[in-house]
Every structure is written in C-alpha cells, then in structure tokens.
Design a protein around this ligand. Structure first.
Ligand code: NAG
Ligand code: ZN
Length: 460
C-alpha cells in the first residue's frame, strides 16, 4: 500500500489541505513502499548484515542479533532472544498467522560464519564490497548464509506491502554456532519447550549455490562417522621380515578402505551417482612410529599404529552392512585391530528418533516438497533433481524430530564459494532470491491441507 491513491480521493480539497495530505502520502510511501523497498536499500541492508563480523572463534553475536531485531521491528514482527547458552543469542521472530491452530512454518538461518584468511581476499571479507561492474558483493557469509536469513525478511516486507496476511504462522530463527556443530544453537532450540510450542510443520534451511541455472534442493544430508582404528603387533628390528606387525596389519586395512573409496568415487566420476549419494571415506590422520630427537627411530618396527577416517554416510544407504564391513574388513579383531574411543569418535545416526531414515520425502507424497517446487517455478526459478547434502547442516536437528526440513539457498549461476576465499553473491541473484522466497512464503503460509480422509468418509 502507498499514499498516491489516498491523494486522488482528496483532489477537490483546497490547496493547503492537499499539500498536507500529499506530505503525509509521501511520508507513508517512503516508509512503506519507497526508501525501504528500492533495491539499493535492500542491498545496503544486506551489506550491513555482512559487515558484522560473526566469524569464529569470536563471533559478534549480539551485534548480529541487534541488527536482526531492528529489521524485524521495521516489519512489526514479534521478536525474542533466546539464550540457551550464555553469550550465544538465538533470535526468534514471529509473523502470526490468522489460524494459530495450524502447524507453523519455520525459516531457519545461522548467523555465524567461518573465519577468513584476510590476506588472501581481493576485498576485505567484512567490508561487503560491491563491485559495480560485475554486481558481485564480496563477503564472508554472502553465500553461507547471511543472504538467506535476510532474504526471508525482505520477502516478508514485500508480502506485507502487497497486503498479504499469512494463514499459518511464520517463524524465523537466526541461530548461532552452526559452523561448529550447532550443539549450542539449533540442537538446543530443536530440543526446547519453546520449539515444541511453536508447532512447526516444516522447516527451510540452507542449501548450496549452483553453478548452473538450476536451483538445488536438499532433502537429506550425509551423516558423519569419525572412525579411529588401531593396529597392534609384535615390535621388532627394522631389518627383520616377519608377519603380523602393527604396520602391516594397519596397511591391510588401509588397502581395503582405499578399494572401497575408489569404487564409490568411480560412481561419482562416471556420473552414475551424485556426491551426496555415495559413502565417502577419507583418511585424515596416520599415527605411528617411535619418536627420536631427530624424528623417528628408523630401525624399529613399532608395536602400535593408528589411522583416522572421516566417513560420510547417506541415510539412503544400508548402514548395517557398512558397519559389518568396518568390523570385518577395516578393523577385524582377527588382525588384532581395535576401535579407538568406543567404535566411533563421533557418529550421527542415519535414523531419526522414530527409527526411520533421517530424510525428507522429495516427492508428491510430501505436500511441502510439492508446494516448494511449485512456488519456485511460479517465480520463474528452475530446479535440478533433489539432492543429498554432502556435509552437515542444522537441518538434521529438525529432521531428527521427524519434521520435514528442506535445504535451499536461492543462488543459481553462482560458483560454490562457501568457506572459500573471495566468497561472493551477485546482487541481482540476491534480489531474485527475494522474489523466490516471496513466492515460497506465500505458498507455505497459505497452505490448507485437503482433508482427503474426511472428504471421502463424507462421500461414503
Ligand atoms: C595377534 O596378536 C597375538 C598376540 O600378540 C599374536 O599371537 C597373533 O599372531 C596376532 N595376530 C595377527 C593376525 O596379527
Ligand atoms: Zn551454512
């Protein structure tokens, strides 16, 4: 809504009155339609958010929270700051729906970013420099994921200006600590009483940039299993050939892991599977040898050797057979191999709390999926095929509760630069993403379930 139509109705009033009305009209237009919604104001708000240094290990969370709350106030959203852990504020915003009994929509984003090696950037990572010739905005967090957090809010501004009122309540959460595991952020939030009361029906969270024109949607993510195996064997002279040394025992495991890794990677190289659809295994450390002042003792075969692996398991995979493979081939007791630190140093279950694979249905059986695809297409967005996120995001904490959670960051024709030097997002891509969210939020917040069962019962 803006003031120009109001001025028309008063055309017959005398000039002094008219100018007062016009002045009011201009003021209303400036607040509702003008200054806040022209694209330079939108971009400058994005830059403001990007300039707040929320990089680990000392993220300025309070400054980010103040900024989010100030934007929320300009939209008259209800806001509260939750501090599950002191010093780690989580901003929760609410746009109340007309029917508070319906499950709500949660739009999640994290406020923290990974550190940047300043000297390796062409533009300082917290300057949010806008390159006027390319339109690229350079900043840590421009892709991961301050863009998304603010796009949600800009989309709400547009919907409000168009007069839209949500049927379902829309919540926005701005969470800390995603980049360090989310334990003090999204996890505590998902497990909280506050969250339970929100009656969330669907969650949107982050995805990845797409170098093609197709946006990417993520319905699951691979679960990290961090495995440390240890081999033991009789020590001996470095010149002696004998069986069952610790090194030999470990090397057999490493060979077995290597064969498995190559077979998985071949599927990706051949284009038969996407990165998120295979099990990745990467050796991340090797620890063995007998230290000496100048390095290692060279004529002694050690009695112990260890190796660590980062394994990522898609929830669509048979986790039981992988565990069997680990126990029988990678760390068999028969070869004097043991697991360090229990079986795994860290292991995320491939099942949710109901024992179902931890994934969101990516087909028409899930109305939220269908609605999302439709909303994106309605806003002229193109889509690739549903994907499994190769690494971890906060979405898993919501999926663990059995909730549908979809990973999406509207960035097409954009190189994947999260956690990289010179991370950027083009301003037009950012603006387009706002239109996409406008369509999604409108679709989600208006969604009325067709009560198929009741309807068919009535017919009978
Ligand atoms: C395992 O350790 C035992 C006891 O040290 C040894 O007798 C046996 O040969 C070892 N087996 C292998 C396969 O290393
Ligand atoms: Zn992220």
């Amino acid at each position: 809504m803006n003031g120009s139509s109001a001025a028309h109705h008063h055309r017959r009033l005398q000039l002094p009155y008219l100018s007062v009305i016009l002045a009011v009209a201009v003021l209303v237009a400036t607040v509702n339609g003008g200054e806040f919604t022209d694209s330079s104001a939108i971009i400058s708000r994005f830059q403001q958010y990007l300039r707040i240094n929320t990089a680990h290990p000392e993220p300025n969370y309070y400054k980010a929270a103040d900024f989010i709350v100030s934007v929320a106030n300009s939209l008259s959203l209800e806001s509260q700051i939750l501090e599950f852990v002191k010093g780690k504020p989580l901003v929760l915003l609410k746009w109340p729906g007309r029917d508070s009994s319906l499950p709500s929509i949660l739009l999640n984003s994290h406020t923290d970013v990974v550190p940047a090696e300043h000297e390796k950037w062409a533009h300082a990572p917290f300057d949010a420099h806008l390159d006027t010739s390319s339109g690229h905005i350079y900043a840590r967090g421009s892709q991961d994921m301050k863009c998304v957090g603010l796009q949600y809010l800009e989309a709400i501004r547009k919907l409000q200006n168009s007069g839209f009122r949500p049927l379902r309540t829309v919540y926005l959460s701005f969470v800390p600590d995603e980049e360090i595991g989310g334990f003090d952020g999204a996890k505590k939030f998902a497990d909280s009483e506050v969250f339970k009361k929100m009656n969330v029906g669907v969650v949107l969270d982050e995805g990845l940039a797409s170098p093609t024109e197709n946006y990417r949607l993520f319905y699951a993510e691979r679960c990290p299993w961090w495995l440390v195996i240890k081999a033991t064997g009789a020590p001996g002279h470095g010149a002696k050939l004998y069986d069952n040394t610790a090194m030999e025992n470990l090397l057999k495991s490493i060979e077995s892991v290597r064969r498995f890794r190559a077979a998985q990677f071949d599927l990706v190289k051949a284009g038969l599977k996407a990165e998120g659809e295979v099990i990745s295994v990467n050796m991340v450390f090797l620890k063995a040898g007998t230290p000496s002042p100048s390095g290692f003792v060279m004529n002694l075969q050690p009695s112990e050797a260890q190796a660590g692996f980062d394994i990522r398991v898609p929830p669509t995979m048979d986790a039981v057979s992988l565990e069997r493979r680990i126990a029988e081939e990678w760390a068999p007791a028969s070869r004097n191999m043991t697991f360090e630190l229990g079986q795994f140093k860290h292991k995320v279950s491939v099942f949710d709390k109901f024992g179902k694979p931890i994934l969101t249905s990516a087909d028409s059986s899930n109305p939220w999926w269908a609605l999302l695809e439709e909303a994106i297409r309605n806003a002229n967005g193109k889509l690739g095929k549903p994907e499994i996120f190769p690494a971890s995001t906060d979405a898993r904490y919501f999926r663990e509760l059995g909730l549908p959670a979809i990973g999406f960051s509207p960035m097409s024709n954009t190189p994947i630069l999260l956690h990289d030097h010179n991370e950027f997002l083009n301003k037009d891509e950012y603006l387009k993403g706002i239109d996409i969210y406008e369509s999604i939020i409108k679709g989600y917040a208006s969604y009325v379930e067709h009560l198929k069962d009741e309807a068919s019962r009535d017919e009978l």
